[in-house]
Design a protein around this ligand. Structure first.
Ligand code: HAX
Length: 442
């Protein structure tokens, strides 16, 4: 794909002196300090990673290359008659920082369509899994199995210069991105639609429309897919999935290892799996009350019961955000337009009115507002994807766009292997001034 790759190379050449200058001339400037609470608290808030792909402001939410989500949805080119933009356009934006023209996106779509062929052994790997396996485990293994296709590894063994690492990484990343929707749809059909559900991709379609086609879903599921993959693409660099991908790739493991690891990190209920947990939690509520949303008091009781049993409210809270997640709002607006009477949407909306106040009253969660996962299952459910174990696979396809873009830039800017320092509890106690007690047996 000459056009995007050439543009990317120009951007890389422009950016390299900035990174070099920071490292050489400003390496000793202090930009943050680390508190003991951050060391035992999951490194929360420590400024120690760099990513130009996206930035997450606690009150404003995510910006991709400086653009808010509403701006991204407005500015990126769309297929004829579609409500949502091309996913491929987002990949272009994340890689270059520029909003592409429709022609540029169409050229990229054609290029990605040529990268969709999947070796038979990948289907065999997927087929070899028992049908009770979690789709995230299957996805991770399928991506891992593709590792033998890595061009980066071939070039590395041939002695490629460090300055050129980004090039085969771009090839690997774009190949993987083109293939992931096929793998995801194949997993869905294997697990939930085994009687003839599998469809080969249609080379005339863009990524979102092709995914809908392979899932066997009619319009507007193509727009749902585009929206879903775009909002999940990146959330700056410190979240578990993005950080895992970056960390693995920092040892020069190829993108297949990195994205498989990213998928494994996303599969935790505090992160990507929260979207399936939201549906599971909602079902408990709906089993009790059916399609008629109960009154506030009954909802409040259900929320308090969950909290009092020691569980978290899935889909609420965030490590960085301190307001309602704009990714939640994008989906809420879609629901208000397309499925205002959907019973689950009504539940989700009713909960939005009671959960934040309850979390505030409980006084533990730093952010009482809903995150992306509180809404995303609702949309999928409405359009017939009701096997909620599958939802995080959709998240993974979206998240791969950001993680892969970041890895290409990591290689282009020559970021080193990641290696923070750990200390022992004894050391930390000493650093904060805790005096050692006499051992009991002394
Ligand atoms: N329900 C109940 N309690 C919550 C809560 C929620 N939704 N969110 C936070 N808390 C609790 C924490 O468990 C913690 O309790 P303890 O002090 O007893 O350990 C306390 O409030 C302080 O936590 P915090 O600082 O506000 O939140 P963290 O940065 O530690 O964690 C999480 C952020 C997203 C993991 C957290 O808010 C949570 O568990 N939310 C529910 C699960 C969820 O929706 N995850 C998806 C997040 C978005 C995402 O990554 N998507 O992929």
């Amino acid at each position: 794909m000459k056009c995007l790759k050439e543009k990317l190379y120009k951007k890389i050449e422009q950016h390299r002196p900035r990174t070099k200058r920071l490292a050489k001339e400003y390496g000793d400037v202090v930009v943050d300090q680390v508190k003991a609470g951050q060391i035992i608290g999951g490194m929360r808030g420590i400024k120690c990673l760099i990513s130009d792909i996206s930035y997450l402001d606690p009150y404003e939410g995510i910006r991709y290359r400086g653009y808010t989500l509403p701006e991204v949805f407005k500015l990126l080119p769309k297929p004829e008659g579609a409500e949502m933009p091309y996913v491929e356009g987002l990949y272009y934006l994340l890689l270059t920082g520029d909003i592409p023209s429709k022609e540029q996106v169409e050229a990229l779509i054609m290029d990605m369509n040529n990268r969709r062929i999947i070796p038979k052994y990948v289907w065999d790997v997927i087929d070899s899994f028992p049908s009770e396996s979690h789709p995230m485990a299957i996805l991770s293994a399928a991506v891992m199995s593709l590792e033998r296709e890595s061009l980066f590894n071939v070039k590395y063994r041939q002695g490629i210069s460090k300055m050129d690492y980004w090039d085969p990484t771009y090839e690997d990343a774009t190949n993987l991105l083109a293939k992931m929707p096929l793998i995801g749809a194949y997993i869905y059909n294997k697990l939930y639609n085994p009687e003839g559900g599998h469809r080969y991709p249609d080379p005339t379609l863009d990524l979102g429309a092709n995914f809908a086609y392979m899932m066997g879903k009619d319009k507007p599921y193509d727009d749902v897919s585009r929206m879903y993959f775009i909002i999940h693409a990146d959330h700056e660099a410190g979240n578990v999935s993005a950080h895992t991908g970056h960390l693995i790739a920092s040892s020069l493991s190829d993108v297949y290892y990195a994205v498989s690891g990213m998928i494994n990190g996303l599969a935790g209920p505090l992160h990507g799996l929260a979207n399936q947990e939201v549906l599971r939690w909602l079902q408990g509520l709906m089993e009790k009350f059916g399609d008629n949303v109960p009154g506030e008091e009954e909802l409040k009781k259900y929320v308090w019961d969950t909290l009092n049993s020691g569980q978290v409210i899935p889909g609420y809270g965030h490590a960085v955000l301190r307001k309602t997640d704009p990714r939640y709002m994008v989906q809420r607006e879609f629901c208000l337009t397309h499925l205002p009477d959907d019973p689950i949407f009504k539940y989700v909306d009713a909960l939005y009115k009671v959960v934040p106040d309850i979390l505030k009253e409980q006084g533990k969660a730093k952010n009482p507002w809903p995150n992306v996962d509180a809404q995303s299952g609702v949309v999928q459910w409405h359009y017939g994807v009701r096997e909620f174990d599958f939802y995080t696979v959709l998240f993974s396809i979206g998240r791969a766009i950001g993680v892969l873009s970041n890895i290409i830039w990591d290689r282009a800017l020559g970021y080193p292997i990641e290696r923070p320092k750990s200390i022992t509890t004894d050391m930390l106690e000493e650093m904060v001034g805790i005096r050692k007690e006499e051992p009991e047996h002394a």
